[in-house]
Design a protein around this ligand. Structure first.
Ligand SMILES: NC(=O)c1ccc[n+]([C@@H]2O[C@H](COP(=O)([O-])OP(=O)(O)OC[C@H]3O[C@@H](n4cnc5c(N)ncnc54)[C@H](OP(=O)(O)O)[C@@H]3O)[C@@H](O)[C@H]2O)c1
Length: 244
């Protein structure tokens, strides 16, 4: 593990990939703050286990004033934010013509507007900190490959990758690293819409024969957050090779 003794803010840490990342970073001796709309039992048990090293708030990532207040609280509690992971997102499982306009607006608000606004808030802190920090955006192979039923979701993930490249130019010289990690399909509440037969097809088409999992994604996020390597504005794909 590369990240040790650092302060990390991660969106959507209440379950799925986000929860795995929170748990692994806490195990590595980092302090972690996260938020989601609803608390889960895991949030209570992590609070009991890690005390002041873990901070959870129930809020909607599209509510910018509340997110801003949380960023301020995290800085008061931890002192700095060394790593930001934009992980929270919502999925889609409907052809575009069947997707209600409100759902499309919601996908774009949660998956692209919210991470841009959170990045802006955290960057303001990172740029004036001594040891600037790094940002990892969780995108998806859907951001660069076409999958039916995921139109608005794919647009949001492709946009997030484009955002990362632009910001990498803006803040690179100031010492801030920003990159994407694009996972392939892995088991979670979001991907539970996929039938076991569909998961089997994905597995058969994967060159390694193994679906990526949350731990595979963690390895990439940990490396990029740690700033161990001179990697900037890139997308690291973690998918067992299905998109090659
Ligand atoms: N699962 C896959 O196959 C897959 C593949 C490629 C990429 N990804 C990406 O990996 C990341 C994690 O996905 P996952 O499968 O772990 O999803 P998940 O199990 O559905 O978890 C999503 C997390 O984000 C939170 N969240 C959603 N909307 C939010 C909002 N408006 N404000 C604050 N928090 C919000 C959720 O909590 P609440 O609902 O309580 O708010 C939850 O903690 C996402 O960026 C996803 O696009 C997933």
């Amino acid at each position: 593990m590369y990240m040790r003794g650092k302060n990390i803010l991660l969106s959507g840490g209440s379950r799925g990939l986000g929860l795995h990342l929170v748990e692994r970073f806490l195990e590595g001796g980092n302090r972690v703050a996260t938020f989601a709309r609803s608390p889960t039992a895991a949030m209570t048990s992590l609070s009991e286990r890690y005390g002041a090293a873990f901070h959870f708030e129930a809020l909607d990532g599209v509510d910018e004033p509340r997110v801003k207040a949380m960023v301020r609280r995290v800085c008061d509690l931890f002192g700095t934010i060394d790593g930001l992971v934009n992980n929270a997102a919502i999925g889609q499982d409907e052809l575009l013509v069947h997707t209600p306009p409100e759902r499309i607006q919601q996908i774009l608000a949660v998956n692209i507007a919210a991470p841009i606004l959170l990045t802006r808030l955290v960057l303001k802190r990172m740029l004036i900190q001594e040891d600037h920090g790094s940002i990892v955006n969780i995108t998806s192979i859907c951001g660069s490959r076409g999958y039916a039923g995921l139109g608005a979701y794919a647009a949001s993930k492709g946009a997030l990758e484009a955002f990362t490249r632009a910001i990498a130019r803006e803040v690179g010289e100031a010492g801030v690293r920003i990159n994407n990690v694009a996972p392939g399909f892995f088991a979670s509440e979001m991907s539970s819409v996929l039938l076991p037969e569909q998961m089997d097809v994905i597995r058969r088409r994967t060159p390694t024969g193994v679906l990526s999992n949350e731990q595979d994604v963690f390895v990439a996020v940990d490396l990029l957050l740690s700033r161990t390597a001179n990697i900037q504005g890139q997308t690291v794909t973690v998918d067992g090779g299905i998109t090659i």
